[in-house]
Design a protein around this ligand. Structure first.
Ligand code: FE2
Length: 459
């Protein structure tokens, strides 16, 4: 941990933060210095009272700073409780299903009160202001996380202190992104292994920043660094296991997954949070059973139901297409089995450097194989049923609901397998010592998964 913190201290002091500060003035806000800024050798870089413009930014970015840049910064307009409440209300307007959850659980007033009671340190509201202006979707995600994670916390019966820690951590869990290269962070292209490492560093940078906030409760920085871990030991930055993880990080990890599915995967479809259940059922232990149970309970109490999709094309084609996707998953399963075999065979040969990362891949592979098994998607019953439905002429509402559920399961499993492939590439591109023979074996299997998925279309 110390080594990683050391490695990212300068990013947390400035990194690319001054780039965002210089840009927000174009959006109607102005960042200025509230004290003289020196580099680590004591040389003056910018005087008190100057605006962060292009020139100042150039000067700051070239040097290692003595103190974190944010401690020298004032903003003409800074976000406050009302800003957060407004964003929350906008979120409810934008996604009517969230409003259904909010109203069914009678949570809106309680959440707004929670926001009002929590006096966020100006350093945090400064980051949230910049996040709102520069990465609005991340800001919206923070509000979503704050709302849903504190609702899950209430459902878990957690006390007010823990709910407060979860609220604060959820609001600022991704602020580390503001300090990393925006060209990488905001990119839509395929990232290299090195670039993925940069993205992943946001949890470390975020923790360093949170640690610097006076009076912060220690659970907050801890939740920030743990929000991409999971209970299988398949997360980052430390691949910790369930017993090593705190509740707040687990809850935020859950809400981030739900956010990603609701906002990205369900985009351009009629799906709502009512369609999240198959995902949850496939992942009951990823963030710990208590978190799973409370989340399921929230969705259940909301009364939201999965949508009955009525695709424009005919249901027979739908059934045929699902069958095709299941065949592809079956092939991918075979390749995963090969990787598993290789890992077993070669486990004595890998050296200490490799062990951690490869055991993570092994953990993920094991997890997907068992999830695939438990999903029942590859069973002959499903195949026969789909085959039968292909020949039916009328559209049955219930059948359409079942198609929908199957499609959701396929999507989630496909995502998990793709993620494993990505993890493997991060490993094979890294500088750690490698066992060449093992790499060759596994690379062949990974390549075959890649080929299989290329047939599914879309990277
Ligand atoms: Fe994150």
């Amino acid at each position: 941990m110390e080594e990683l913190i050391q490695q990212y201290t300068d990013h947390a002091k400035n990194g690319f933060y001054s780039v965002h500060l210089s840009e927000i003035s174009n959006k109607g806000n102005q960042a200025f210095t509230t004290s003289d800024i020196h580099n680590e050798k004591g040389v003056l870089l910018a005087r008190k009272g100057v605006n962060i413009d292009q020139d100042v930014r150039q000067q700051l970015i070239k040097h290692k700073l003595l103190k974190p840049l944010d401690s020298h910064i004032g903003l003409k307009h800074q976000a406050d409780t009302q800003t957060l409440i407004n964003e929350f209300r906008l979120l409810m307007d934008k996604y009517p299903d969230l409003r259904v959850v909010n109203e069914a659980l009678n949570y809106g007033a309680e959440f707004e009160k929670l926001l009002q009671l929590e006096r966020l340190h100006p350093l945090m509201t400064q980051k949230l202001t910049v996040l709102e202006a520069q990465m609005h979707s991340e800001f919206e995600k923070s509000i979503f996380a704050a709302w849903l994670s504190t609702m899950i916390a209430r459902e878990m019966g957690l006390g007010m202190d823990e709910r407060r820690d979860i609220l604060v951590a959820a609001l600022i869990h991704d602020i580390g992104l503001l300090h990393l290269d925006p060209e990488i962070i905001c990119s839509n292209r395929k990232l290299s292994a090195q670039e993925w490492r940069t993205v992943r560093a946001h949890v470390i940078v975020g923790k360093i920043i949170a640690d610097s906030v006076p009076g912060i409760f220690p659970e907050v920085p801890r939740a920030i660094i743990e929000h991409h871990e999971d209970c299988f030991g398949a997360g980052y930055p430390f691949a910790l296991n369930e017993d090593q993880l705190g509740i707040p990080g687990k809850v935020i990890s859950m809400t981030d997954s739900i956010h990603s599915i609701r906002v990205k995967s369900f985009k351009n479809s009629q799906r709502t949070l009512g369609d999240i259940t198959p995902y949850l059922q496939l992942n009951p232990t990823t963030n710990g059973h208590e978190v799973y149970r409370a989340t399921m309970s929230v969705i259940k109490k909301s009364g939201l139901q999965p949508v009955r999709l009525r695709p424009d094309d005919c249901p027979q084609d739908y059934a045929k297409n699902l069958g095709k996707q299941i065949d592809i998953l079956r092939e991918a399963k075979q390749a995963l089995d090969d990787i598993h075999e290789n890992l077993l065979e070669l486990s004595d040969r890998i050296d200490q450097q490799d062990v951690k990362q490869l055991s993570v891949i092994a953990a993920v592979t094991r997890r997907i194989r068992s999830t695939l098994h438990e999903s029942g998607l590859l069973s002959s019953e499903i195949a026969q049923w789909l085959h039968k439905e292909r020949d039916l002429s009328d559209v049955d509402e219930q059948v359409m609901g079942e198609f929908n559920e199957i499609e959701l399961l396929i999507k989630e499993l496909t995502w998990q397998i793709r993620n494993t492939v990505r993890m493997f590439y991060s490993y094979s591109d890294s500088d750690t010592t490698r066992d060449t023979m093992m790499l060759e074996h596994i690379e062949t299997s990974i390549q075959s998964i890649q080929d299989i998925f290329n047939r599914l279309g879309g990277g």
